[in-house]
Each structure stands twice: as C-alpha cells, then as structure tokens.
Design a protein around this ligand. Structure first.
Ligand SMILES: Nc1ncnc2c1ncn2[C@@H]1O[C@H](COP(=O)(O)OP(=O)(O)OP(=O)(O)O)[C@@H](O)[C@H]1O
Length: 250
C-alpha cells in the first residue's frame, strides 16, 4: 500500500468517532473526503498525518506503519491558515519547518524559493504574513508544507475561511500540486472544491459509507453537501467561472 489506513478506530473518551476504517490511496491520486459536520473528517486527517498517535489499527505509508521518520512525508493543512503561520516574514515562515529538521542553508534557500514559486507568492518573501489576504495566507501555509517535500498532502477544508477570489487562488495551487504528482486528499463541504477530484470517500456514522469515483458519488448519493454561492450561481446562469469569481470578488 502506498498510503492509507487499516482497521482504524478512534474514540474521544467513550465517544467512538471512527470505526474500522480501511482506505487505500494510490500515489498521485486526488481524493475528496466528505461527510456531515462531526462525521470525523478532521479526526481522520489528523490521524493519517501523524498528529494524533493514539488510535486502533494502522496508518500505512509505503508498506510500513507511519513513524517519526516517514510522517514528514505526509503534510497537513489546517482549515484556518492563522493556525499554521509562525514566521515574522513570509520566507521565515516557510523556513521554520525546514530549520526544525536541520536542513542545510543552501538547500533551505532552494526549497523556500521553489515552494513560494509553486504557490505563486514569489516577490513577497520579505512581507509580513499578517499583511497578506486570506487566500495568500492559505497559500503561505501550503508553501510551508510543500517546502518539506511531502508525498501526501491532507487538506482540511482549506477554502472554508476564504472569499471567492481566495478560493480560486487556492484551487489553482491544489491543481498545480496534483500536476506535480502529489497525492492530495481534501476534506470539504463545498462541491466546488471537489470538481476535479477523481475519487470521493464519504464518512457516515464513523464508517466509510462510500468510496469510489466522483461521478458515481454524485449520481447515487445525497450527502446534503453545502454549495458555495458562486458555484450555485454558476450552475444557474452558466457563466464562466473565472468571470464570475472576478465579479463576486469586486
Ligand atoms: N477534542 C475533542 N474532544 C471530544 N470530542 C471531539 C473533539 N474534537 C472533535 N470531537 C467530536 O468528534 C466528532 C468528529 O469531529 P471532527 O472534527 O473530526 O468531524 P468533522 O467531520 O471534521 O466535522 P466538521 O465538518 O464540522 O469539521 C464530532 O462529534 C466532534 O464533536
């Protein structure tokens, strides 16, 4: 197995949140993780990225249990970028994780440059992260993870805090990461976030309720997923998405 979990279970105290979860992800796969509020999406992602370490079953990365050495290969992006930003400048923020793992200076500078290019923040190296827009902050949070060169990136509702313009910026970056061959799993309530995923995993009552192709999911399952306003309007008036986001963003 490239990445996934076997017979995984998790409880908060007496409250069993995840029951016997078995999911396998292939390298380079782009998957949406859906489910009602409280269905356990964040908990599952925190377990799979190694943030939570007390659970039943196993998280597997490249045929082995995820461990201290390999969990660096699995990045986690929080819903609120503010929770992830620590630096005084944009480049310091990206440097933080690299410093923690003792990256040599030349390599660190190379990775910071590359990560900021990938997320489209080149030129803002010396800026104060607090001065950035919501979309830019989320892209900075993504850059800090990308700089660690993860093979898998788990994104926990990465566009929920953003306006339409910010969302569009983040979609572009996610697409770029997919094109770079990263394995991306995105938890979301917004079907616009899931337009390009090839697979959907849906959680319900602590279990995997659906796991299959995105098109099959939308054909057969009604998960009462909230639609962001711009997606609703897009469907109604069939306007070009970019034009619409520009219109809503003004
Ligand atoms: N620290 C905690 N202590 C106790 N219960 C918790 C804790 N964090 C989450 N829960 C509960 O665990 C369940 C799953 O929460 P989780 O945040 O994983 O769901 P989610 O699917 O990500 O929800 P949302 O879509 O609202 O973000 C919920 O019932 C929640 O109330």
């Amino acid at each position: 197995m490239f990445f996934g979990c076997k017979n995984m279970g998790f409880s908060y105290g007496e409250n069993k949140i995840l029951k016997d979860i078995n999911i396998e992800f292939e390298k380079g796969e782009f998957t949406g993780l859906v489910g009602d509020n409280g269905s356990g999406k964040s908990t599952l992602m925190k377990i799979m990225s190694g943030i939570f370490t007390e659970y039943d079953g196993e998280v597997v990365f490249k045929e082995e249990s995820l461990n201290e050495d390999t969990k660096i290969k699995v990045g986690y992006i929080f819903q609120n970028p503010e929770n992830q930003i620590v630096g005084v400048t944009v480049e310091e923020d990206v440097a933080f994780g690299l410093e923690n793992i003792g990256t040599e200076r030349e390599e660190m500078l190379r990775r910071i440059k590359w990560a900021l290019e990938v997320v489209g923040l080149k030129g803002l190296e010396k800026s104060d992260p607090n001065s950035l827009s919501g979309g830019q902050k989320q892209r900075l949070a993504i850059a800090s993870i990308v700089a660690m060169d993860p093979e898998v990136i788990l994104m926990d509702e990465p566009t929920t805090m953003l306006d339409p313009v910010g969302r569009r910026e983040v979609y572009k970056v996610i697409k770029r990461l997919v094109n770079l061959g990263k394995t991306i799993i995105i938890a979301s309530h917004h079907s616009a976030d899931l337009e390009e995923v090839s697979r959907i995993v849906a959680l319900k009552d602590g279990k995997v309720h659906f796991d299959g192709k995105r098109d099959e999911f939308y054909k057969n399952h009604d998960f009462n997923i909230e639609y962001p306003i711009e997606f609703e309007i897009k469907k109604k008036i069939n306007k070009n998405y970019d034009e619409l986001v520009k219109y809503l963003g003004d």
